[in-house]
Ligand binder design. Structure first.
Ligand code: GLC
Length: 443
């Protein structure tokens, strides 16, 4: 397998990663777009740079929190739209080493996550609201309604070569990087008079990146017409496994926040509860995707206490249920209401968002299940294949190709219970009288 194929396979199997949005905006503590939202000039924004001193920064604690939650990789914002660099970039002074903190923040992070066994991926903003040659478009903090942007002294070509150098630095100095998560292109002809592949030099950029990191996966935000390595639905749940124009299934990763902001937001209170977060993970895997869940550390360098609380909850569920996540994908079987399936070979995982009363009916699975157990404690679940007869007047389904599971009356003491179904393999069911069953089999 090529380094790229190996990386892709690992990425897909890992299923769950931590996104980290960290920059000067953590100090404003009111969204990573605050420079734009409040139309701040770089001079006005400078107060954050001048006071940036994350003295409690302990990347090992971050890495442990991610690992305990069951996350297998991290993606860190090396530079966000504000233009500030976490690493010691040689092409700008606008980096962590020149703040009161005075040190490169990226290297210890990369080392700490690797030491905990997580894979390292980098986010890089194509957009840059600090660089003097980045032309002012309608998304820029200096854009003013009804005014022509003052771009006479700005030269995108100069910004482009600066950006190439930055990408070269992060692709060269931090070891093997599993993916580059660039952000983002927006239509030059659209209302924001945006920037696209020609502004970024996307084709050449990709060429350079692949030369420096042959195994790397690159996301879909460079504005290229060619197929991306993976796609990144953001802040909504995909309704089905994303496909290309020819209907081929794409590698995909949902990116989601704990609350409505990516950067640390002190006063934001739309925090998702544990069940919702687990649903995001299971639902993504049940549609063949990954989940990248975002934390916004504070200006002191700690993970938000609310995020830590949720991460712990996710971790305690993952401890006994990660088997239904890692290496799993969509199943061709249709789950019962309020449930999701994930599948790994002949193990089918039934997730319950709501615990039914006494029994549940599984379509398409007659004669297919060899053994069933609750995943949290490996306690047997009785498979019931008997025919109830035709009692449709009582609302009990009848027919050919389903089975029922007998469920304990008490909901298992976990946030989302899972039943692990061991399916018969093809050999064992060959010769089965019901052809419909055999054709339902998934390898
Ligand atoms: C958007 C936002 C940005 C965030 C990103 C994460 O593109 O501009 O703030 O980093 O989404 O997906």
């Amino acid at each position: 397998m090529s380094p790229f194929e190996t990386n892709k396979e690992r990425f897909v199997g890992n299923r769950f990663g931590m996104f980290i949005h960290w920059g000067l905006y953590a100090m404003g503590a009111r969204h990573e777009w605050l420079k734009k939202a409040e139309k701040m000039t770089s001079e006005e924004y400078q107060k954050y740079f001048d006071h940036f001193d994350p003295d409690l920064y302990a990347p090992t604690a971050w890495a442990k929190a991610a690992k305990n939650a069951g996350m297998k990789y991290m993606v860190i914002t090396t530079k966000h739209h504000e233009g500030f660099c976490l690493w010691d970039s040689k092409v700008t002074d606008y980096n962590a080493t020149n703040t009161p903190y005075g040190k490169d923040l990226l290297r210890p992070m990369v080392d700490a996550f690797r030491a905990e066994g997580l894979r390292v991926c980098l986010y890089f903003s194509l957009i840059d609201w600090y660089h003097e040659h980045y032309t002012i478009d309608q998304m820029h903090p200096l854009a003013r309604a009804g005014e022509e942007p003052a771009n006479e002294n700005r030269d995108m070509a100069k910004y482009r070569s600066y950006m190439f150098e930055q990408v070269r630095e992060i692709m060269t100095n931090y070891g093997e990087i599993d993916m580059l998560w660039v952000d983002f292109s927006f239509d030059p002809a659209g209302p924001f008079a945006g920037k696209n592949k020609d502004d970024w030099g996307s084709e050449e950029l990709v060429e350079m990146i692949r030369e420096l990191q042959p195994g790397i996966m690159i996301n879909n935000r460079l504005g290229l017409d060619t197929a991306p390595d993976f796609v990144t639905p953001e802040q909504y749940q995909a309704e089905f496994w994303p496909v290309d124009e020819d209907g081929n299934r794409l590698v995909w990763e949902a990116c989601q926040t704990f609350s409505g902001s990516w950067g640390y937001h002190r006063d934001e209170d739309s925090w998702k509860d544990l069940r919702t977060l687990l649903w995001l993970l299971i639902d993504s895997v049940s549609k063949g995707g990954n989940l990248l869940l975002n934390v916004g550390p504070t200006g002191r360098g700690e993970l938000d206490y609310r995020a830590l609380d949720r991460l712990e909850g996710i971790g305690s569920w993952m401890k006994s249920h990660s088997r239904s996540i890692y290496g799993c994908t969509a199943s061709d079987y249709t789950p019962p209401p309020n449930c999701s399936y994930t599948q790994n070979g002949n193990r089918l995982y039934l997730h319950f968002y709501q615990w039914p009363i006494r029994m549940i009916k599984l379509d398409g699975l007659k004669g297919m299940i060899k053994y069933a157990q609750l995943l949290n404690d490996a306690s047997e679940i009785i498979i019931d294949e008997k025919d109830f007869g035709q009692i449709q007047t009582e609302g009990i389904a009848f027919g050919e190709n389903f089975v029922r599971l007998q469920l304990p009356p008490n909901r298992p003491p976990v946030e989302i219970p899972v039943i692990e179904l061991f399916l018969r393999d093809e050999k064992e069911i060959s010769g089965h009288s019901d052809d419909a069953v055999a054709t339902n089999f998934i390898d």
